[in-house]
Design a protein around this ligand. Sequence first.
Ligand SMILES: Cc1ncc(COP(=O)(O)O)c(C=O)c1O
Length: 398
Amino acid sequence: MIHTGRHFLQIPGPTNVPERVLRAMDHPVIDHRGPEFAALGTEVLQGMRHIFQTAGTVCIYPGSGTGAWEASLVNTLSPGDRVLLFETGQFSQLWREVAERMGLLVDYVPGNWRSGAVPEQAGTRLAEDRQHAIKAVLVVHNETSSGATSSIADIRRAIDRTRHPTLLIVDAVSSLASLDYRHDEWGVDVTVSGSQKGLMLPPGLCFNAISEKALAAGKSARLPRSYWDWQLMLGPNRSGFFPYTPATTLLYGLREALRMLQEEGLPQVFHRHNRHAEATRAAVNTWGLEIVCQNPREYSSALTAVFMPDGHNADHLRKVILEQFDMSLGAGLGRLAGKVFRIGHLGSFNDLMLAGTLSGVEMGLGLAGVPYRAGGVQAALDSLASSARTAQPVTPGV
Ligand SMILES: Cc1ncc(COP(=O)(O)O)c(C=O)c1O
């Protein structure tokens, strides 16, 4: 089918890459050992600290989020170490598989794929662990398969109450630069992220933000590592360089994305995502469909995952919407396959893009024969209009 106009990429990452970033990447590749590169490397490493809300260390790797998961583990842990990992959905599941392949013993705290990690469970498990066998607590901040967030601040407090020396390692792949995320204030030891979501870049870069405690743990960690070794990276990074050939073009894009985020201001970025999420939920509720995330306190401002009514397949709906309106929506993942579709409203996005997105969903529901109540788009427009008039930056609770 021939489509005209612009494709709507409304999966929860990769996200739409803004023109400014595309143009910034349209740049001749330079000598990655020369002075121009050193200035670029220094600027993006510094800029990423601001995004992670940390004064500490950040590593930038050529790689995907999965690589950043591996980096967080191999730099801090040893074969046979126990880690406590909360089942939040498909991405906690995949992280678990990475950890197990590395030779770690995973205590997987069961979850229902509709809610975030329960901080009290972290407290209970750690209090029981008198020998301090658990070396790290692993949490996905924004579970991209369910659209449910976990309160990292509350998990930190639960850990602190037990005085357990565990590391706290957090996946912020789909929350960084979309939801408020505070590496230092929340006492996170390693934060894992990627370029293709809130940072508005193509896939291909991944990140670790690292506390002093995590760096110290690295001294005795015995998991084999080479490519991901923080220490090999940090030496050259001090003068803006990398130990191997960096993804120069993506770093030009990152520099531009960081400038855009700085111009808008992080509180405003978070506020924008909150407004779009709220308007999306207004549409979904009006349609009479069920949001996967059960607890309103845990609603994600990056994406909304929606259940199909019984007897209707989400992939059929997505196919109809792609063919008719040239819009890609996120598929249900893992055990939610076919049952759920996901609306991404993160990254480079605005009110009218959301209006178009929700219009495509509402028309698609009709064309695919899915029972729904009309008026979802109007409810979203009303929500956007009312929050535009009273626009104040707000800081989300999670
Ligand atoms: C929360 C979360 N963690 C990890 C990943 C894995 O990242 P990647 O696919 O870039 O390896 C994703 C990818 O969507 C994700 O959403």
